[in-house]
Design a protein. Sequence first.
Lengths: 129, 129, 352, 352
Amino acid sequence: MFQQVFDPDGFSLVERDGKPAGFQFGMKLQYYRGAPLSIILDLEVWLDGVKMPREALRAVNRGDVFTLVEMETAVDNRWEFGRWGTVQVLSGAAPAPGPHRLGCTQTIRPSYMPWPIVVHAETDFTLPG
Amino acid sequence: MFQQVFDPDGFSLVERDGKPAGFQFGMKLQYYRGAPLSIILDLEVWLDGVKMPREALRAVNRGDVFTLVEMETAVDNRWEFGRWGTVQVLSGAAPAPGPHRLGCTQTIRPSYMPWPIVVHAETDFTLPG
Amino acid sequence: MAAPNQVKRSVSLYSLQEEYYYGRLDLEGCLRAVASTGATGVEVLAEAMFPDFPGPSPAFEAQWFGWLAKYGLTPTCYDAFLESKLYRNRVLTLREQVAMTERDIRLAARFGFKTLRTLCSTPLEVIEGSLACAEKEGITICLEVHAPFALDSEWSDLYLEMIRKTGTKHFGFMPDFGMFYRNMPPIARAQALRKGAHPDLLRRVDEAFAERVEKGFVHIRYSLDLAAANSAYRRENGMFDLKEKLVPLGANDADLGYLFMSYNFTWNDPSVVTRNIAHIHHTHAKFHEVDEQYVDATTPLPQVLAAYVAGSYDGYISSEYEGNSSLNDALPVDSVEQVRRQQEAMRRILEA
Amino acid sequence: MAAPNQVKRSVSLYSLQEEYYYGRLDLEGCLRAVASTGATGVEVLAEAMFPDFPGPSPAFEAQWFGWLAKYGLTPTCYDAFLESKLYRNRVLTLREQVAMTERDIRLAARFGFKTLRTLCSTPLEVIEGSLACAEKEGITICLEVHAPFALDSEWSDLYLEMIRKTGTKHFGFMPDFGMFYRNMPPIARAQALRKGAHPDLLRRVDEAFAERVEKGFVHIRYSLDLAAANSAYRRENGMFDLKEKLVPLGANDADLGYLFMSYNFTWNDPSVVTRNIAHIHHTHAKFHEVDEQYVDATTPLPQVLAAYVAGSYDGYISSEYEGNSSLNDALPVDSVEQVRRQQEAMRRILEA
Ligand SMILES: [Mn+2]
Ligand SMILES: [Mn+2]
């Protein structure tokens, strides 16, 4: 696993129709050749120790936005190696300003590997007040 | 709907490992431009008035075999317009020799149509003794 | 027709689907048949008739151009279908829809076509995103104005606005004559009766159609939710009200099928073509029947073609025979003869 | 090395993944770095570094050949990955897998490569189905013999039988030096200790490895169920037995991770290369570390390269640096320097 998983400049709040909808962060995939989104079996996000609901997650890559269910057939959208992708957490509310702890697990299934790759990473970040 | 839906020469028994596994029939898709299998939302088969279990059905096209669940992502396999495809019913047993009644409903969802196409066709056929 | 004109005639191979389905005509046979009707252009549904679509082989490509030369035909329009609901769990993203359209544009160019038909359900953004490719490949994307969609409507204005905004020369419209149906096709009425419809109820449907022709149709609106838009169109034009009246009178499936079908066609004054001619680059001459006297009892061909001539149209008008489905439950279909009659009817009008 | 030889040296860009990940090297930077190590060939993972894979643009293609000329590099091997589990609900059909392989063969040819690496998990039928395309495009498909897969095994015999049956000249093997690991990489052991492993337990793992080297490995068998085949291989070579002994001794995740990793490498007598040389068309010089004296403490490079020379091998041996993952939890990585050292080590042996 590479040391830097999260984009230090990628944390921000997300609004929908002028109202707080959640937050987002930038991340790199922990797999050396990139991946079509469809082989990312799962993304799991924890904010301050609380697991975010799977339905709240969105993967944003190359201008397209997918729920994790939609991602199952996103075979033509590659999360390229070394490129920041964005994960949105549309929990319906903005996390409070100040410091937070983020955790994210990536589960990737390259076809030739006998078992999926599961990588967990954590970081501290601060939301502007 | 075209008059001839079923292949008059396409009815036969299917064996697996030398044992009776079911039967199959040839059919044309009732849609003027053919379709990738993934937009065929459903196939339903009745034999002598008894509906066959969905899990028993296989679509065989261009050398590939799909369950109806697998068919959901068969985007590169086209059932071409005017060509016979094969539907297998792997019910685990061979229907008895002699006359039978077959019914099949095709549900196809072309993307531009407000509603899916649902076509039901029936035919009599005879299995050799 | 008063003045000489540059209107050219083509045939869409959609017209020959019955013969293709039964294997009575293969693709070469279809091209031979098109040439026999007097048309000089051919329009295709590559998805229906090109082997190994969307990856036809170089060998097929060579054969295709050989056949065109052999039968003296010019490729006119490539009919694209945007399979945006390829998966169950989602609609293709904008990027994916543009990629699919670009695939079709490249195929169209590779096989010699100049225009590409895109369906009336195509999102504005998809067309806009495909314009650069269309320009590069020398293809004009034509949005099919298929009933109940209409020119001079809120819907078509959105696309005109896109043309103005982008300044593109590679996008325009192609009317489908289903927007010039003055009444229901007689063979459709005959089929409904074969299926057990009640003559008096069909008359009520026909009268309602005539009333819409008289008063004008409420146009369908732009929406990415086709079922909702189409339902609204039907409601606003009285279909559900009429249905509620017919059901207590004993309407059966055949009656209601005829009612439903009657909302697939509309009537527009043909002058709408002349007004929009600068943006019209191809046309579907949809039809159900032309009789032995070369008359279409549904679409007033002389009046419609006059609107094209009045606009100095120099594109193709392409036969799109759809009568087979009103016959093939019980009666023989001869698509080639029907197309020949429509082509002859149009020739007589245009060369008069 | 006794006789002059035709062995050529290449670098797989897999080796530079750490620098690419952080943006310290872009693709051009990687090519420049490869040239700086003394290699004349370059191997790529197009999926990792070609923009817009699998549809790289003509502009990128021109740039690619420009860079090759600028840095004096020859494309050697294109590393394909067969994404047969692209969907959750099924494995791609044979036809789809062949189509994907053909896509990669055409990309390889378009970008100037002569060989295509296919993974040891590739079904026989997929390779057989792709041979015609490989022949047409002038590509030799090379099955990577990646530990724990082995030459002179039941598994490799199946592919040899396919070569005999088809008579193809466009398929062969490419060993990966992970099959020539005489012991665990020291940097992997150091990393385990950093993570809290117990020295005495690591020693038990190392001893078990040495025992396998001594007695010989039970080879993994051909199966479309990779997880089952791999589990069987681990069981038959004693991994689960050893685990059961280590757990009561207090083995933690770091100990067990080291145990698990130790089954990713095998030792084979290098003479296996000489015996199979007629079917070997490329090679991955997988390595974890080469020190300042140009010694790899894990793989006996002189002995392994001698086996190639003995077979009069005239293909490429391509550096595949994998040490970054044993360092990058805590230590700096310098992939370019590591590759330079391995290239220099190989040069000294081959030019001696
Ligand atoms: Mn039309
Ligand atoms: Mn390797």
